[in-house]
Design a protein around this ligand. Structure first.
Ligand code: UN1
Length: 512
């Protein structure tokens, strides 16, 4: 029930002043001001929801679930198809909001909206493939099968850096699975959420296959941690999918586990790439730069550690320094600029703190300073940093959400794999090699311990078709493609007896 009270920038007709959820009260929480990271200007202000507003939103989503779960899955797919159609038509508008709100380059913002469109397509196909198994029964004239049923009103908590794509990975799958969705976006990126909600609301209003008018299939609650906490602690919310820092994920996991709910976590990454002796350096260099400085280092898949074979180290570092010196840093809406601003001052400060610590631990820091010339005033623009450092340095164990690339050397692949795996996080990883044995070893059980292990491409920019997520402190969840849909459903095992006897399993005799 957040009302945008002010909104700047040409939203080309996406009306942001939407009521969210189904309640009629205006949110009465603190005023949230959204300043664009591009130039620090105030772009919108709205009152936030509070924890006490959450139960009404959950009730509405639960009420909607009772009908939505009975709509045939392919019809739910048609609903998602129409969302995807609207997203196609409004791609440029959505990308504009995204770029203004979180500071992504226009190209990357368009890419994120494309990810939304792609996952809609994926979910439409899925709506006819929510398959269960049939299982051979040990008893005569018995049949066993599994069915997947809708789960309920689920919570989706998203981070500022991929506010649209990550919601879409969850929500589009959840919709075809028959769930309803309560979305708590980052308070740093509520406008994207409101724009997406508007799009979904339009599809609901126009839907003519079954009547879903007025149903809260999708709700957005803009608020602070108390709102997330209320969502996580409610036994009415069977699943909470959360993306963000490891600290936030631990809090979510503990709150949800206390009531034995399910959580699906996609948390911090500390992604590494191994550059082997046979790597194509030119290709590796392009992959490294996109992965390390794209989105100003603010992806969970951002390349943070480069593990280079000693024979390649000097040539590669020299190439990288040249490229880093000339990276076009500036207004992300200006074509050609590749590095936009950091999200806010706190992000800038934590980058500087990490660089100070790296120096204290013997790291050789190249660049990383604030850029103030030729960029909009008040934005926190930086020149991405390269840091030559030992893998043993403590700072290397941390994910700093900024463009810092730690560079280390190795001699044997086993040593490189140990370095790659030797951090608490386990999201994405890559190797550049032309040696098939090295590539296979890297992907084998003795290789990378991450959820994503790539060969001859970077760590970021995953396609939606694969399951996305990682191990260890990354939280273990898988979203988006493959069989991630199973997270959003509950499984029932059915045993059906079509005989006139009542044999017991395991041959147990129990003669009544
Ligand atoms: C994230 O940073 O939370 O693989 C998601 C990627 C994007 C998604 C990133 N497709 O980099």
């Amino acid at each position: 029930m957040n009302m945008v009270t002010k909104a700047r920038f040409g939203l080309s007709g996406i009306q942001l002043a939407v009521h969210v959820g189904t309640g009629s009260q205006k949110a009465g929480g603190a005023l949230l001001e959204i300043h664009s990271p591009i130039d620090g200007e105030l772009v919108a202000a709205m009152n936030m929801a509070q924890a006490k507003d959450v139960p009404a939103v959950i009730d509405a989503a639960k009420y909607a679930f009772r009908s939505w779960r009975l709509v045939p899955a392919p019809v739910r797919g048609e609903f998602v198809r129409r969302i995807g159609e609207k997203a196609r038509v409004r791609k440029a508008d959505l990308a504009e909001i995204l770029s203004n709100e979180v500071g992504k380059t226009t190209q990357e913002a368009l890419g994120e909206i494309q990810e939304f469109i792609d996952v809609c397509d994926f979910a439409v196909g899925l709506s006819r493939q929510l398959h269960g198994l049939t299982i051979a029964s040990e008893r005569p004239a018995h049949r066993m099968m599994e069915q997947w049923h809708p789960l309920g009103a689920i919570g989706v908590i998203t981070a500022f850096n991929f506010p649209v794509a990550v919601w879409a990975w969850n929500a589009m799958l959840a919709f075809v699975c028959g769930d309803t969705v309560i979305w708590k976006p980052s308070e740093k990126a509520p406008l994207c959420a409101l724009a997406c909600q508007k799009l979904v609301n339009d599809v609901i209003a126009e839907f003519d296959v079954v009547n879903i008018k007025g149903l809260a299939l999708s709700s957005v609650i803009v608020g602070m941690a108390d709102v997330g906490e209320a969502l996580c602690s409610s036994p009415e919310v069977p699943l909470v999918s959360a993306t963000g820092s490891t600290g936030m994920g631990i809090a979510v996991a503990q709150t949800v586990a206390k009531r034995l709910g399910r959580s699906l976590l996609e948390l911090g990454g500390n992604n590494a790439m191994i550059v082997a002796p046979t790597a194509d350096l030119e290709m590796a260099m392009r992959a490294i730069v996109f992965a390390a400085v794209g989105t100003a280092g603010q992806r969970c898949t951002t390349l943070r550690r480069l593990i280079v074979h000693r024979s390649q180290h000097d040539a590669l570092v020299e190439k990288l320094k040249k490229v880093y010196s000339n990276l076009p840093v500036g207004d992300p809406r200006v074509p050609g600029n590749l590095v936009g601003p950091l999200i806010d001052k706190a992000a800038f400060d934590s980058m500087q703190d990490a660089l100070t610590q790296a120096k204290a631990e013997g790291g050789k820091v190249f660049a990383g300073e604030r850029v103030e010339k030729g960029v909009p005033a008040k934005g926190y623009y930086v020149r991405p940093a390269l840091v030559e450092i030992s893998a043993k340095a403590k700072i290397v164990q941390h994910e700093t959400f900024a463009p810092i690339l730690y560079v280390m050397t190795y001699d044997t692949l086993d040593e490189a794999i140990d370095m790659q795996n030797g951090v608490p996080q386990g999201l994405s990883s890559a190797i550049f090699t032309s040696d098939v044995r090295e590539a296979e070893l890297f992907m084998s059980p003795a290789g990378s311990d991450c959820g994503i292990a790539n060969v001859n491409i970077g760590t970021s920019g995953a396609e939606i078709g694969g399951a996305f997520g990682g191990e260890k402190q990354t939280g273990g969840g898988r979203e988006s493609g493959s069989d991630a849909w199973k997270n959003y459903m509950r499984r029932t095992t059915n045993t059906i007896n079509y005989s006139q006897e009542l044999p017991l399993a395991q041959g147990v005799q129990f003669n009544v």
